[in-house]
Write a protein that binds this ligand. Structure first.
Ligand code: UD1
Ligand code: UDP
Length: 379
């Protein structure tokens, strides 16, 4: 069986890495063609290195300030050409990005079956996350195999009538948790040596002050909501000088501009370029809590017992909210400041949130997914 894995962004690379490794372990029966669209040019190198991945084909599609339509058109055309030139049995895509959607459509037009990893996440709002809810729904219409991370995700697919199309739905857990386990194991053997991880450790041991990790990049938050978010971070830093806020800033210019304009030069806010995955996991593991709008971080943090304030109105990952490890605030300055204040000032509240929770999987999703795909090839 020949699988084409198509990926392009940071989360896709992280979440497909363990599956690619699992396919390699079955190399006597499974061949892999690794295609990166290059939707993200800079943020994938360390992931490839950590998981020893060498893409076979790099389509190098990223343009600075790219539009959704422009990237989609380039990806559809380039992936179609690549699939024409290389014979494959199944195209594997992950998640909800432009790369995943365009690759699924390219495969569909060529009548190549699609396997969708992390299927069935829904907010039921096409504007949040935008355009990811739409992308995920499009892939849902196309896929032959839906690998749902949770039972709730499977239920959403059943509600969409997916089973009636003859497609299969399997609850597997999220491969992102497989990646996290692998990264934590590697970091145990060889701790990350980057300066920012060292500084975070120093802050905790020298001042005994808390470390708060921040990320933010969602399109629906661009503009005013993002400024509210930055204003909230400024308020938190001013009200809690004993806390260090570490913010690796996403490379999107719509993020870089407001963050640097509003947060540069503040004593206890440390802005950094987007971090390599091992450094990011190291800081997740040693920080006290996280403020983010990221999807993947909402899954990883509960597995590490770290509370998360999610700067979104709705989430397609409600399991950890219900379990008590994640709080949704929207991009409301007052609510973000209040919830961060509770975590910093109320030890009982903090302890109730800071518990290891694993609604997104046990770290063995990749094996389950490959078992299903191998059964198909042996039919
Ligand atoms: C994309 C995904 C989003 C995912 C996020 C992960 C879509 C529609 N959105 O959003 O679902 O959560 O990736 O991070 O697919 N840039 C660089 N270098 C890089 C990467 C980005 O300079 O390595 C800059 C470029 O100016 C680029 C811009 O960021 O044009 C936007 O990148 P893009 O992939 O279109 O959107 P993201 O906001 O990263
Ligand atoms: N991540 C990283 N470096 C960072 C920020 C995040 O390696 O500076 C990792 C994080 O651990 C998670 C993934 O990137 O695995 C999430 O990606 P992102 O937040 O960009 O996208 P989303 O999950 O929201 O689609």
């Amino acid at each position: 069986m020949r699988l084409a894995f198509v990926f392009g962004t940071r989360p896709e690379a992280i979440k497909l890495a363990p599956l690619i490794a699992e396919a390699a372990r079955r190399g006597d029966r499974v061949q892999s063609l690794l295609i990166t669209t290059g939707q993200h040019r800079e943020m994938l190198g360390a992931i490839f290195k950590l998981f020893a991945i060498t893409p076979d084909i790099d389509l190098q599609l990223m343009e600075p300030g790219q539009t959704l339509a422009g990237l989609n058109a380039r990806a559809l055309t380039a992936v179609t050409k690549t699939l024409r030139e290389n014979s494959v049995d199944v195209v594997v895509v992950q998640g909800d990005t432009t790369t995943a959607m365009a690759a699924a459509v390219a495969a569909f037009y060529q009548r190549i079956p699609v396997a969708h990893v992390e299927a069935g996440l829904r907010t039921d709002r096409l504007d949040a996350p935008f355009p990811e809810e739409f992308n995920r729904r499009v892939i849902g219409q196309i896929a032959r195999w839906h690998f749902a991370p949770t039972q709730r995700a499977k239920d959403a697919l059943l509600r969409d009538g997916i089973a009636a199309t003859g497609a299969e739905i399997h609850v597997t857990g999220n491969t992102g948790i497989d990646a996290l386990h692998a990264a934590v194991a590697k970091l145990r053997q060889q701790p990350d040596a980057s300066e920012i991880v060292h500084d975070a450790r120093e802050w905790k041991s020298a001042t005994r002050g808390p470390v708060v990790l921040i990320t933010g990049h969602r399109r629906e938050n661009f503009g005013r909501p993002f400024e509210e978010f930055c204003a909230a971070l400024r308020d938190i830093a001013a009200a809690h000088p004993q806390a260090l806020l570490i913010y690796p800033v996403h490379l999107n210019p719509n993020v870089q501009e407001p963050v640097h304009r509003m947060l540069n030069g503040l004593e206890n806010i440390r802005l950094a370029p987007a971090l390599d995955y091992p450094a990011f996991v190291s800081i997740m593991a040693l920080c006290d809590f996280i403020i983010t709008d990221s999807g993947g971080v909402q899954e990883e943090a509960p597995a590490l017992g770290k509370p998360v304030i999610v700067v979104r109105d709705v989430t397609e990952r409600p399991e950890a909210v219900e379990a008590g490890g994640v709080i949704l605030t929207g991009a409301s300055r007052a609510r973000i400041v209040a919830e961060a204040g509770r975590l910093l000032d109320d030890p009982q509240h903090y302890a109730s949130m800071a518990q290891v929770r694993t609604p997104y999987g046990d770290g063995h999703a990749s094996g389950r997914i490959m078992d299903v795909l191998e059964k198909f090839s042996s039919r």
